[in-house]
Design a binder for this molecule. Structure first.
Ligand code: HEC
Length: 445
């Protein structure tokens, strides 16, 4: 991420409530300190008197703001004090709107509208929404005018750090692209039989990856193993006491290298190229998080049964050794036509590929996995269109002649299109009939 001083200021001016949230990692902090310092030096060299002082003051202000917003918010000394001084009898002696703000426990118990705080997410928190409404609104809190912006920002920061009673650890994963407590939830609506309803609608806890019908329920708050109950997600909690191990910690200033990632190539990132003897699977369009380290990809293919085509991730142990395939494509050579024929209805003509990204910290298979499907056709291209570009010309003749000479027509993508006389093989007769129809302009007719 590269910023300039002016972008920083724009950002601050446009989004005063969120600027520190976006710009608070330690790298960025050092970046800005450096940036501000170089600006400072520049100013001394290039600016004259009055303007110099003016700019310097501006930049010193930014530095001190950074200093203030740095480190984790302490509930008792920083947040409770705001409530005590601004929310008055309405929410201390009394519980207006059902909300009592006299202690951490009471705050977290919420009011008549439900939870006042959604940990890790200030924009979804009722309390934050109410203190940031326009003063003209009847619902703006405090009822008698607005809170100072710096108090509002502090409350937002406290919520985003997890709304903890005691500040969490200052060291942890500082990459927002890692697993994140703010996203570790189940948006299932509780209507009596919530879990079953949601799963019937295909709605699983976020961070659940469905591989066929097997759910990999990842994340920290939900699990299906303890007690094991047939893939039924169970809330086990974890994030309420601070970001889980490997999760993004918005309050951390030191990166301890623990980040766990969940991103894996899905259908949109993959191109499949079918040939007579296999399927080329290419996920080079997948862009993993920039700070993540990938130890390898585990690719499995299922037709009737499933097979690991880059070797089993469990061979040699997951943690030490295992598979370390780091290319971003693989030519999966197998007789898909026979396998799909043998599989019949269950496969419905589809080959399934699951790609598991094994990030350096991954503790187990399935922490970052997505599944894609391809329906290979016997030959996706028109007869004679040997490069499958939709037209017939000398390029097709050359492609066919080359593969006939190399005896590779059955192995290359689109080679199938070269069997122009339909006798199940490739030879000079196919080249002749293709050349004739190209010359006569009658191919495909
Ligand atoms: C002068 C009295 C008064 C003050 C001061 C006040 N409130 Fe309120 N607050 C109310 C009343 C009355 C309600 C219920 C009516 C409503 O929802 O607007 C309420 C409702 C709320 C609710 C919604 C509760 C729910 O579950 O519906 C929140 C959140 C809230 N206040 C937050 C605050 C915060 C935070 C402060 C201090 C920064 C504050 N209020 C200061 C009177 C006050």
């Amino acid at each position: 991420m590269t910023f300039t001083g002016s972008q920083f200021r724009d950002k601050y001016e446009i989004e005063p409530r969120t600027w520190y949230r976006n710009l608070h990692s330690v790298t960025e902090y050092f970046y800005f300190t450096r940036l501000i310092f170089s600006k400072f030096v520049q100013i001394i060299y290039y600016k004259n008197g009055v303007e110099m002082v003016k700019i310097l003051l501006n930049y010193f202000l930014w530095v001190s703001l950074f200093g203030l917003s740095f480190g984790q918010v302490d509930y008792d000394s920083e947040i409770q004090v705001i409530f005590n001084n601004n929310c008055g009898n309405c929410h201390l002696g009394n519980s207006s709107g059902g909300l009592n703000l006299s202690s951490y426990t009471n705050v977290m118990n919420g009011g008549i509208s439900g939870a006042a705080i959604t940990p890790y997410d200030h924009t979804s928190s009722e309390l934050y929404i109410r203190i940031t409404l326009p003063e003209s609104s009847d619902f703006d809190m405090p009822a008698s005018g607005s809170l100072d912006q710096n108090k509002i920002d502090l409350i937002a920061q406290w919520i985003d750090e997890g709304a903890l009673e005691v500040p969490g650890s200052n060291s942890g994963c500082t990459d927002p692209e890692a697993y994140n407590c703010a996203d570790d939830f189940w948006s299932c609506v509780d209507d009596g039989t919530p879990a079953a309803d949601c799963m019937d609608d295909g709605e699983w806890p976020n961070y659940t990856f469905l591989v066929g019908t097997t759910p990999y329920i990842n994340g920290c708050n939900y699990d299906n193993t303890d007690p094991y109950d047939g893939n039924f997600p169970v809330y086990e909690g974890g994030c309420e006491s601070g970001p889980c191990e490997g999760f993004y910690n918005p309050g951390a200033t030191t990166n301890d290298g623990s980040c766990d990632y969940y991103q894996a190539p899905d259908q949109d990132d993959i191109t499949f190229t079918v040939s007579g003897t296999g399927i080329l699977v290419d996920w080079s369009a997948f862009s993993p998080p920039s700070n993540a380290i990938i130890s390898g990809y585990n690719i499995s293919r299922c037709t009737g049964g499933c097979a690991f085509i880059t070797g089993s991730p469990f061979q040699g142990g997951w943690g030490n050794g295992g598979n370390t395939y780091t290319e971003t494509s693989i030519n999966d050579e197998f007789d898909w036509a026979s396998e799909l024929a043998a599989c019949g209805d269950p496969c419905g003509g589809q080959v399934k590929y699951s790609i598991n990204v094994r990030y350096s910290n991954a503790e187990e298979y399935g922490m970052a996995i997505e599944t894609s499907y391809i329906t290979p056709e016997s030959c996706p291209c028109a007869v004679g269109d040997c490069n499958c570009d939709g037209v017939w010309n000398v390029l097709d003749i050359v492609a066919l002649a080359n593969c006939v000479l190399a005896d590779s027509c059955g192995d290359i993508p689109y080679g199938c299109a070269g069997d122009t006389n339909g006798d199940g093989g490739w030879n000079v007769l196919d080249i002749v009939s293709l050349a004739n129809c190209v010359l006569a302009g009658t191919c495909g007719g």
